[in-house]
Write a protein that binds this ligand. Structure first.
Ligand code: ATP
Ligand code: MG
Length: 558
């Protein structure tokens, strides 16, 4: 790897580790999701980081399900996680693991700590444990059960496993230091009794290891060299190291923390996302408004654009809030190169071109992407009756309105210049029903001999050949930002009641007849759109990925 490119702090740590330890040839990271929800864009940051490091250093990255919390986990989530990681472009090969596969080994580790006199069975209940723990200012108090003999602890721990006690009646705790300035070191709980059916081990266990105990052991068992996690685990690192150092592991993994991703107008905690799904505020985990990877995919985001986003935000040690407009910028950049330009009218207004022969259909040439001639051309039918966008007509135009109005001319993209001659309205309601126009045959796009110039160019579709479609426009799910990051539960997030606008009488050009689920287009002047999985033979459904206006790029220019 070139040293000229500036490295992030994690790469610096890895470089240093590799320099100091001649034998350490290969780094091994892991991505450890808890299968209690679908992955979101924050997880994408972690995936790109962990798998990305493995690629950069020619090492390995494991996929590990952190399934120590039986009650909230599910196989549905496991499957979605695999699909999402693969879709993002990463591969764990044969290294898919489950913490629950290590339950027996983790149990042995606990017994070893007991034998070393470093863990004990405690009879305090959870409230008492909290009361004894002290505060940041005051030291904790030792549990009265702290000095049980090793033999007694071993026997009680076995009985915990055998189900001789009630849920919550006893715990296994590390014997560290109740006066430690770090609360996590004040004899943390390692095991709890919980009769809950686990999605993989069923009823085999009635005791479960705590995350802080299971995680370092799983890392060590898999030979993880660098255990990259988010900042809220910084205070847990001394405990992580205590566990790794007190148990006899060949490879001692090293924990490194980085700042989690927070996005404006977005919540990312799985608990909150699950609430949105369960309360029916969205249609599911893959609702195109969701910040989940499946939601973004359905919306029309590409894996490339998400990886590009993760690259641009980088990794740091300081929590921050990233503008969601940067994510939008990344998909625009990607689709700008890839998407075929087509014409679609979202809110149609009929236009009759009176001097155009009835029954005549001309095939107009249109380039697929002006930035890339290699993407080729197609033809679009033009005829006497077309539709334009309602908002492209104003009966009494305001200043600087260069689109169509009575007596004025515009160019129809890829076709002719037309002039508005007459407006037909519903006499009672005043609603505009149709426009009558004339066209100038000399102004055909590509062979215009008139030399005339008009200021406005409109998109349109030919009435007879156009295909009906439904178009879904999205706005942010939330009106405000989560300033406190995901840890800040106290922040009230205000749902945007207008996050979905469904337009059901849109018309798209006939070249879109045979589109496939997930295919993406630029609708001229309207934004980027993606074919939704709700599409059927009878009805096409499109999601707007993003509009064309790039607020992020604009901001950066200022
Ligand atoms: P959530 O709060 O959404 O439930 P979590 O951390 O509990 O997140 P896990 O499934 O445990 O979810 O996370 C798997 C990995 O993804 C962890 O290593 C975690 O640190 C990382 N991760 C989760 N959220 C983010 C985020 N917003 N930014 C970066 N990494 C994240
Ligand atoms: Mg978690």
């Amino acid at each position: 790897m070139s040293d000229i490119i500036s490295k992030n702090f994690i790469e610096n740590i890895i470089d240093e580790d590799l320099r100091q330890n001649e034998d350490a040839k290969r780094i091994n990271t892991r991505f450890p999701p808890e299968p209690n929800g679908y992955l979101h864009i924050g997880h994408a940051k972690s995936i790109c980081l962990n798998f990305g490091m493995a690629v950069k250093y020619e090492g390995l990255c494991n996929l590990r399900y952190d399934d120590t919390n039986p009650s909230k986990e599910d196989m549905e989530y496991v499957e979605s996680i695999e699909q999402d990681v693969k879709w993002l472009g990463f591969d764990w090969a044969d290294r898919k693991f489950y913490t629950s596969n290590y339950f027996e080994k983790i149990y042995e580790c606990a017994e070893n700590l007991i034998k070393l006199g470093k863990a004990y069975v405690c009879d305090l209940n959870s409230q008492e444990i909290r009361d004894y723990r002290g505060t940041l200012k005051e030291p904790g108090k030792e549990s009265p059960y702290r000095n049980r003999t090793m033999e007694e602890n071993l026997e009680l721990f076995q009985k915990m496993r055998e189900g001789e006690f009630e849920d919550g009646e006893k715990t296994l705790r590390a014997k560290i230091e109740m006066a430690s300035p770090n609360l996590n070191m004040r004899d943390p709980v390692l095991y709890r009794i919980l009769r809950a059916n686990h999605h993989r081990t069923g009823d085999e266990w009635c005791i479960y290891p705590m995350y802080d105990f299971a995680h370092p052991i799983s890392d060590a068992l898999e030979g993880i060299t660098h255990s990259i996690c988010t900042l809220e685990f910084e205070d847990h690192r001394p405990l992580y190291e205590w566990i790794v150092n007190n148990l006899d592991f060949e490879i001692k993994p090293r924990q490194i923390e980085f700042a989690r991703l927070n996005l404006t107008n977005t919540v990312m905690s799985k608990r909150k996302l699950r609430e949105l799904v369960e309360q029916g505020n969205v249609k599911g985990w893959d609702d195109p408004r969701m910040p989940t990877i499946s939601g973004l995919r359905r919306r029309g985001y590409t894996a490339e654009s998400i990886r590009d986003f993760c690259e641009r935000i980088g990794v740091s040690k300081a929590n921050s809030l990233v503008e969601v407009s940067l994510l939008e910028h990344c998909i625009r950049e990607d689709l700008n190169d890839k998407a075929v330009r087509v014409m679609a009218v979202l809110r149609p207004l009929k236009v009759i071109i009176d001097n155009y022969p009835e029954g005549k259909v001309e095939e107009m040439k249109a380039e697929n992407n002006p930035n890339d001639p290699e993407m080729g051309e197609r033809t679009i039918p033009f005829s006497r009756e077309i539709y334009i966008e309602q908002e492209d007509f104003m009966e009494e135009p305001v200043k600087k309105f260069f689109r169509l109005s009575p007596g004025k001319e515009v160019r129809l993209k890829h076709a002719y210049i037309i002039k508005c001659e007459k407006v037909v309205k519903n006499e009672e309601t005043g609603e505009i029903l149709e426009l009558h126009c004339t066209y100038d045959p000399q102004t055909k796009s590509g062979s215009d001999t008139s030399g005339r110039k008009v200021k406005g160019t409109l998109h349109w579709v030919s009435a007879e050949q156009a295909i009906k479609a439904e178009v879904r426009l999205y706005d942010y799910l939330y009106k405000n930002d989560n300033e406190n990051g995901e840890q800040g539960d106290n922040q009230e997030m205000i749902l945007n009641p207008n996050s979905l606008e469904c337009l059901t009488s849109c018309l798209v050009e006939p070249s879109l007849k045979k589109v496939k689920d997930g295919e993406k287009f630029q609708f001229l002047r309207q934004g980027y759109f993606c074919v939704d999985s709700d599409s059927t033979e009878e009805k096409l459904v499109f999601n707007r990925v993003v509009s064309l206006r790039d607020s992020w790029a604009k901001k950066k220019k200022k």
